[in-house]
Design a binder for this molecule. Structure first.
Ligand SMILES: Nc1ncnc2c1ncn2[C@@H]1O[C@H](COP(=O)(O)OP(=O)(O)OP(=O)(O)O)[C@@H](O)[C@H]1O
Ligand SMILES: [Mg+2]
Length: 245
């Protein structure tokens, strides 16, 4: 479904993403992990066209999307959440989710009332329907992250890129978010590439894991293989993990 070949991106002298190649198959949940600054969010920005790649190519559903603008990539069926939520702060939850609906796949002729209905459905899905008329700027972090998820789902993606949806949430909120993402996967049949720092979550949610370190892919494999890979343990998981093994 998604194929990255030798993708590179530098910011000045920083090799944020350095010659990274991997694939995501339809129906998979692939985890993307690595230390702070490893290049995970940059990779999502390259896949979604926020930044151009310096080198390499990205193919989605058999089409070369390298260098395509974000709105076209979104219409092709690829959406994402942001690590730092990016709502339209002065718009209501309903209106901002309608914007996503109308920018999704094959929505050119949709009426505003149909868009409102569909947006309501996704707000209900993430538990925000009762706050549909609240301004995004008035939401707490959990609700803001749920709005982010609703807006990403409202574009009806085939592939969803999740950038640390659990960051800053308490254990109960994290579990709710995890359940929600899992039911989105079942209900909407979406494939997921998932950045997550909480190892317990990503190890249970992902079928395969890709590890980045200083922009390079240092490992890829089953969660059990990654957990037992000495290099990954040294680079990312750390001594605490070794002691608890
Ligand atoms: N727009 C930018 N301009 C300059 N440097 C950037 C930019 N975006 C990212 N970087 C740099 O690229 C490197 C990779 O950053 P990135 O945000 O992709 O890491 P990350 O793996 O998502 O980290 P974290 O786990 O902290 O979110 C870092 O050194 C970062 O400072
Ligand atoms: Mg990041």
């Amino acid at each position: 479904m998604l194929e990255l070949k030798n993708v590179k991106k530098s910011f000045g002298g920083v090799h944020a993403v350095d010659d990274v190649s991997f694939t995501v198959k339809e129906g998979e949940v692939v985890g993307l992990i690595g230390p702070n600054g490893a290049g995970k969010s940059t990779l999502i920005n390259l896949i979604t066209g926020v930044f151009p790649c310096d080198k390499g190519s990205i193919t989605f559903l058999g089409k070369d999307i390298t260098g395509k603008p974000p709105h076209m990539i979104c219409k092709a069926g690829l959406s994402r959440t942001y690590q730092i939520p990016q709502p339209f702060y002065n718009m209501t939850c309903l209106l901002s989710t309608m914007v996503s609906v109308l920018n999704g796949k094959e929505r050119e002729n949709m009426s505003l009332s149909d868009a409102a209905l569909e947006a309501s459905y996704y707000l209900e899905f993430v538990g925000l329907f009762s706050k549909r008329d609240s301004l995004a700027r008035d939401l707490n972090l959990y609700d803001m992250r749920m709005l982010e998820l609703a807006r990403a789902l409202a574009t009806t993606p085939k592939l969803l890129l999740i950038d640390e949806t659990m960051a800053g949430l308490n254990p109960v909120e994290s579990q709710n978010a995890l359940d929600m993402i899992r039911s989105a996967q079942d209900q909407f049949g979406i494939t997921i590439l998932w950045i997550e720092h909480v190892m317990k979550i990503i190890m249970s949610a992902a079928q395969r894991i890709v590890v980045l370190h200083y922009g390079r892919k240092i490992a890829e494999g089953l969660p059990s293989e990654i957990f037992n890979d000495d290099f990954v343990v040294k680079a990312y998981l750390g001594d605490k993990h070794v002691k608890s093994k």
